[in-house]
Write a protein that binds this ligand. Structure first.
Ligand code: NCD
Ligand code: ZN
Length: 345
C-alpha cells in the first residue's frame, strides 16, 4: 500500500497549554484533526464552565487564518474535591464542555488541585451520571508506596472498579491506558467504559527511556511499560473494539524543562500524530483498522457526529525536525531527527 485515505480523525486527549505556547502547538493538531478533547490542567486549572468558555475562545483566536473554522476544541472541566453539582449542570448546559477530568492530586503535571479522595466527588459524579457527562480519568494512584509501574493496575483495583459499581451509568474514558490490566478491565467493563491509547505507548516500551543513558524525551505519565503491555495495547487498538480509540496525550514541555535534574513528564507527538499511529498500525499489519480507531469510535462514544472530510497519508519518508519553536524556547518532538515512513498530504 502506498497511500491511505481515511475520514478526518479526532484527538480525544490533548494538551494545548495557553498563550504563546498554545499558538506554537495548536497548528500541528489543527492541520490533522477536526476536533480534540482539550485537557484542563492549566495553571490555574480550568475548574468552571466560564473558564472553559474563555479558554475555548483563546484557542479559537490562536488558530492560524488558514485553519479557522476547520478545528473545534472540545472543552473539559478539571474535577476538584469541591466541584459543585451546579457547576456540572452548567457545564452540560453550555454545550461546549464534553467531559470532566479526574486527576488524582499529585499524579502528573499540574495536578496539585486534583482530587484527594474520590468520595468527596460523589455528588458531582452522580450529577454527571444523571446528565450524561463523561468522566475522563487519569488512572494512577499517588500512594508513594506503590511501584511506579504498578500505579495503573492498583488504581483499577482501588478506585475504578468500585467507581463503576457505584455509578453504573456514568460514562468513563480511562485515558491513555498503558497496561494489559487496563485493556482487560475495559474489555470486561460495560460499554459505558472506553479508553484512549497514545501513539507512543503503541510504539515504545520502557527500554526507550534507558537506551545507554536516561532519555527524558521518552518520559511521560503514565510511564512507558514493558513489552507485554505494549503488545496488549496494540492488540486492543487493532481489535475493532469500539471501546478503544485515539488520544495522543501530546504534552509539550520546553526542552529546558525536559532536560533537567527533575524533568517534566510529557511527550510531544502532535507534529506527526496520525503518521505515528499509521506506523504502529502498519507494524501490526492492521492499517485497515486505523480509520475506525482514529475517526469513528471516539465520536461514537462522545455521542458526536463522525467527521465528513478526509485526509490522505502517503508512504513517504520524511525527517522529523530536530526541534520546533515554543514560545521562545525549543520543543523536542518524538523521533526528532529520525525519519518516519508515512506523511500526511
Ligand atoms: C501531561 C502534561 O504534561 O500535561 N503529561 C504527561 O506525561 N502525559 C499530563 C498527563 O496527561 O498526565
Ligand atoms: Zn494527558
Amino acid at each position: 500500500m502506498t497511500s491511505i485515505t481515511i475520514t478526518r480523525p479526532d484527538d480525544w486527549h490533548l494538551h494545548l497549554r495557553d498563550g504563546e505556547q498554545l499558538r506554537a502547538v495548536l497548528p500541528h493538531t489543527a492541520k490533522q484533526f477536526a476536533r480534540a478533547i482539550i485537557m484542563p490542567n492549566l495553571k490555574p486549572p480550568v475548574v468552571t464552565t466560564d473558564m472553559a468558555l474563555a479558554y475555548r475562545a483563546r484557542i479559537l483566536a490562536a488558530l492560524p487564518a488558514a485553519l479557522q473554522s476547520r478545528f473545534e476544541p472540545l472543552m473539559t472541566l478539571y474535577l476538584t474535591d469541591n466541584t459543585p453539582p451546579a457547576e456540572i449542570i452548567r457545564a452540560k448546559e453550555s454545550g461546549v464542555v464534553h467531559g470532566v477530568k479526574l486527576y488524582p492530586a499529585g499524579a502528573t503535571t499540574n495536578s496539585d488541585a486534583g482530587v484527594t479522595d474520590i468520595a468527596k466527588c460523589y455528588a458531582a459524579l452522580e450529577t454527571m451520571e444523571k446528565s450524561n457527562l463523561p468522566l475522563l480519568v487519569h488512572g494512577e494512584v499517588t500512594d508513594p508506596d506503590v511501584d511506579v509501574f504498578d500505579k495503573e493496575k492498583v488504581f483499577i483495583d482501588r478506585i475504578l472498579t468500585p467507581l463503576t459499581q457505584r455509578f453504573p451509568n456514568l460514562r468513563i474514558v480511562f485515558e491513555h491506558v498503558t497496561t494489559r490490566d487496563a485493556v482487560a478491565f475495559v474489555t470486561e467493563a460495560s460499554r459505558q467504559v472506553a479508553a484512549t491509547i497514545t501513539a507512543h505507548h503503541l510504539l515504545l516500551n520502557r527500554n526507550a527511556i534507558f537506551q545507554s543513558g536516561i532519555r527524558p524525551h521518552y518520559f511521560c505519565l503514565p510511564v512507558l511499560k514493558r513489552e507485554i503491555h505494549r503488545q496488549a495495547l496494540l492488540e486492543a487498538a487493532t481489535s475493532s473494539n469500539p471501546q478503544f480509540f485515539l488520544g495522543t496525550d501530546s504534552a509539550p514541555h520546553a526542552q529546558t524543562s525536559k532536560e533537567n535534574a527533575c524533568g517534566c513528564a510529557g511527550i510531544f507527538t502532535a507534529h506527526a500524530a496520525i503518521e505515528l499511529y499509521a506506523t504502529a498500525f502498519e507494524q501490526a499489519g492492521a492499517l485497515d483498522k486505523l480509520e475506525a480507531f482514529a475517526s469513528f469510535y471516539g465520536a461514537d462514544f462522545y455521542q458526536l457526529p463522525r467527521n465528513i472530510g478526509h485526509i490522505t497519508l502517503n508512504k513517504e519518508k520524511w525527517a522529523v525536525p530536530e526541534q520546533y519553536e515554543f514560545a521562545g524556547e525549543k520543543l523536542i518532538p518524538l523521533y526528532a531527527e529520525t525519519s518516519l515512513g508515512w506523511k500526511m498530504v
